[in-house]
Design a protein around this ligand. Sequence first.
Ligand SMILES: [Zn+2]
Ligand SMILES: [Zn+2]
Length: 147
Amino acid sequence: MSTHQKNSSQKTGLRPICVNTGCEQPVTYSHTSRSGVRRWRPVCSRCQRASYGNGDHAPGVVPIKKAHCENQDGRLGYECTAHIAYPGVLELDHRDGDRCNNDPANIQTLCKVCHSYKGHISNDFRRRRLTQREEPVIIATQTQEQQ
Ligand SMILES: [Zn+2]
Ligand SMILES: [Zn+2]
């Protein structure tokens, strides 16, 4: 195992490394946010294209993306039953919300519906944190129970 650090601080503005196992390429550019921050995709351009069936991953690269929505286990508070018609409806989510933290442990696969829901509840938490001093409720804790 390489000790290569795939996470970097958002403050440094460094371009993270692709999240996929065995891939050491810098991630590909996504867009610039309204506040002027450059946003990166979690994967490099080759992996990005390969995930949509356009070409192959580089030799030795194993995509981290699952073929199902990981919220099937109810980690977001309900069990996802979405039908995955094609891989494009699955997205990589940074658990801690830091798009530059490409540590594989920080990445989960969510369908577009669950990803959008997670964004919605995180915004709620952020708003609540501004008005209250109590600890936010962590609802996205990992459940280790097997079905
Ligand atoms: Zn890659
Ligand atoms: Zn889902």
